[in-house]
Design a protein around this ligand. Structure first.
Ligand code: GLA
Length: 657
């Protein structure tokens, strides 16, 4: 009897060991979360994205994964999976009625569950789906259609039940990180001129333009054919002055000057024709290039960071490749004084002193406001102070205004074209009457298809999307949505798919961009093909060599700054093999072979698809290499999430020469 009992005990003791050897289910939070991509923060095991206990609608959970939209996690099932179960909802820590998101489950890219849009406080939903026969499970948290702000989503008790007896493992998918496809040439000691080939301004308003040039110091600049009143600093290459005073009220007045610019050093001389256009609405004839404080600093911006960024723009050499604007985004504003004059907050001090500092280095400076009473970060907006604010910005010396819709939605509830245009027309008139040329950047996230009418309110550029973030999902979502917008792009009228996310970015908590090196190359290539403003968004004080290399490829920047001002369209997209084509002013074409697939693949384009004859010269702009004259087309292997940027065709006679 005693021995029978002992045997039974032994058997019972063996049971848990048996269960451990052959688990019947996998608790997904125990797997590596490294391959989970998300728009903000990092995913946490058994914690919310902000590191708190998992809580949905007042209920606390011990097990799960806290993430943030837009999030994507892909698991290889290896033939082992039977069912997936989980509970999902918005974490209570979001504490905002703006948090709205949706949970989606894909099996082999087919949707097998969708929660619908969930808000904070909604009861959690249960997922219980069949995985039999499936190979790849993808868990998505999407933003509910209103941007990712406050979108804290939890996968509670996410579990895969295994097929009985299966020994295969469930493995999180890690996209391959291929080596970046680029070569970085040694610095060329010979002089070379870069940047815009055409620059516009309003007659009679102060003019400033820094001729971007590289080569061993000292460089000496000279120019033939400058308009009266505009002078050149032979040491710095800064053109400045005022010309055609009194002409600016003449309707339809336009005057073109072709200036021959030369830059000389001990090794030789570089020459280029620069066209100066003076007339009404002639600003930003090529996409603005510069830096903006938001993607790196958000609310942590201050005057010192603006100075550091200004100095770094020069010291890093980026100004010598054409980057000129230093733009302050939100969070500079203080209160209005008794006369309603906007004051900077204590982190900024005297704005004129700051603007003078930037101008003294040959750069330009930008500011930010909202047509509403408050900006997006809750600072003072320009509502009912438009004329006053435009005058103030001009008196401080600003050259660029980003005007961000934000709280204007509380003033104007309608969604007619007139409602969308009204606040922008108001500020446009105020800027036009001010004493300076101020580039006008509309920011209203693409509402009412702004690309169709941004030019009618004299916007120089208009944001076409919600806010970008440093994730592949965000980058992919934004650039692919630009297809079809190309016909609205023209000199001085640019689609703006938001600021750059290379380098150290992080909205107050800078970290190295979470884009892979090839994704960063794709980003810069696409923004060049799309003729988008190039506003660097990273910590300028901590630029690394890779970031400088991808931001200072003159052959690529030349595509962005092409004076014809036409943007690329997407010629084809076959399973992530995308071809984008941009016509250039010298008769050639910029062609982007873009791989949005998860594996390296060959991308082909035939000259006939581009409407070209057989036998076209091809140059690879990231490898700085001519590929010769290719008979019928080109086929090149492109890394996953990478881009091969080509220039195709023989340049015809330069129309600015
Ligand atoms: C919005 C804009 C951002 C940034 C912030 C500032 O979200 O889209 O680019 O300007 O406001 O609050």
């Amino acid at each position: 009897m005693k021995s029978q009992f002992a045997a039974l005990m032994l058997f019972a003791a063996a049971l848990p060991t048996y269960a451990q050897e052959k688990p019947q289910s996998v608790k997904l939070e125990t797997l590596s979360l490294e391959g989970m991509f998300q728009g903000f923060g990092t995913p946490h095991r058994d914690r919310s994205v902000d590191g708190n206990s998992l809580m949905i609608a007042g209920k606390r959970f011990e097990r799960g994964i806290g993430t943030h939209a837009n999030s994507k996690w892909t698991l290889n099932l290896n033939g082992a999976a039977k069912r997936f179960t989980a509970i999902v909802g918005v974490d209570d820590e979001a504490k905002s009625d703006k948090s709205s998101l949706s949970f989606v489950v894909l099996l082999d890219k087919k949707k097998i569950f969708e929660s619908g849009v969930m808000h904070m406080g909604d009861a959690p939903k249960t997922i219980d789906v069949d995985l039999m026969g499936g190979k790849v499970l993808t868990l998505l948290v999407t933003d509910g259609g209103d941007g990712i702000s406050f979108d804290h989503g939890d996968w509670i008790e996410p579990t895969i039940e295994l097929i009985s007896g299966s020994t295969a493992k469930i493995e999180p998918f890690m996209p391959p990180v291929d080596p970046p496809r680029l070569t970085v040439p040694a610095k060329d000691p010979k002089p070379a001129i870069h940047g815009a080939r055409v620059v516009g301004a309003t007659p009679g308003k102060p003019f400033q333009f820094l001729i971007a040039a590289t080569g061993d110091a000292p460089l000496t600049f000279s120019a033939k054919g400058l308009p009266a009143g505009i002078t050149l600093d032979a040491k710095t290459g800064l053109l400045s002055g005022t010309t055609l005073k009194g002409m600016r009220t003449e309707p339809g007045f336009v005057k073109n000057y072709t200036v021959e610019v030369s830059v000389k050093n001990a090794l030789g001389t570089a020459k280029r024709k620069l066209r100066l256009v003076f007339g009404d609405q002639k600003l930003a004839l090529t996409p603005p290039m510069g830096w903006n404080s938001w993607n790196c600093w958000a609310g942590a911006v201050d005057a010192q960071k603006i100075r550091i960024s200004t100095d770094a723009m020069i010291a890093s050499g980026l100004a010598s490749h054409g980057f000129q604007y230093i733009n302050i985004d939100d969070c500079w504003q203080g209160k209005r004084d008794a006369n309603g004059e906007i004051q900077p907050n204590e982190k900024f001090g005297d704005m004129k002193v700051l603007a003078d500092y930037v101008h003294a280095k040959g750069l330009k400076i930008g500011i930010y406001s909202s047509p509403g009473p408050k900006t997006c970060a809750g600072f003072e907006g320009s509502w009912l102070h438009e004329i006053q604010d435009a005058k103030t910005y001009a008196s401080w010396g600003f050259d660029y205004l980003k005007h961000d819709w934000c709280s204007y939605g509380e003033i104007e509830k309608g969604n007619s074209l007139e409602a969308y245009q009204k606040p922008y027309l108001k500020m446009r008139a105020a800027l036009r009457n001010s004493e300076r040329d101020i580039v006008y950047s509309l920011c209203q996230y693409g509402m009412g298809d702004v690309w169709k009418w941004g030019a009618d309110v004299d916007g120089n550029c208009w944001r076409t999307t919600g806010d970008i973030e440093d994730s592949w999902n965000s980058l992919y979502g934004i650039y692919s949505a630009q297809a079809g917008h190309e016909r609205f792009s023209a000199p001085g009228r640019w689609n703006d798919p938001d600021m750059l996310i290379v380098g150290r970015v992080g909205w107050g908590n800078p970290h190295p961009s979470r884009l892979t090196p090839n994704e960063q190359i794709l980003h810069i290539s696409m923004w060049s093909l799309l003729a988008s403003p190039l506003l660097i968004g990273c910590d300028m004080g901590k630029l690394d060599p890779f970031t400088i290399a991808i931001l200072s490829n003159d052959e690529v920047l030349d595509i962005n700054q092409d004076p014809l001002g036409k943007a690329a369209g997407r010629l084809k997209n076959e399973e992530g093999r995308e071809v984008w084509v941009r016509p250039l002013y010298d008769g050639t074409r910029a062609v982007g072979l873009v791989n949005s697939g998860d594996e390296a693949q060959k991308i082909e384009v035939k000259w006939s698809e581009l409407g070209l004859k057989n036998g076209q010269a091809v140059r690879d702009l990231w490898l700085h290499k001519s590929l010769g004259v290719l008979p019928e087309g080109v086929t090149i292997e492109v890394p996953s999430h990478g881009t091969v940027l080509l220039k195709v065709g023989n340049p015809q006679k330069n129309r600015y020469e």
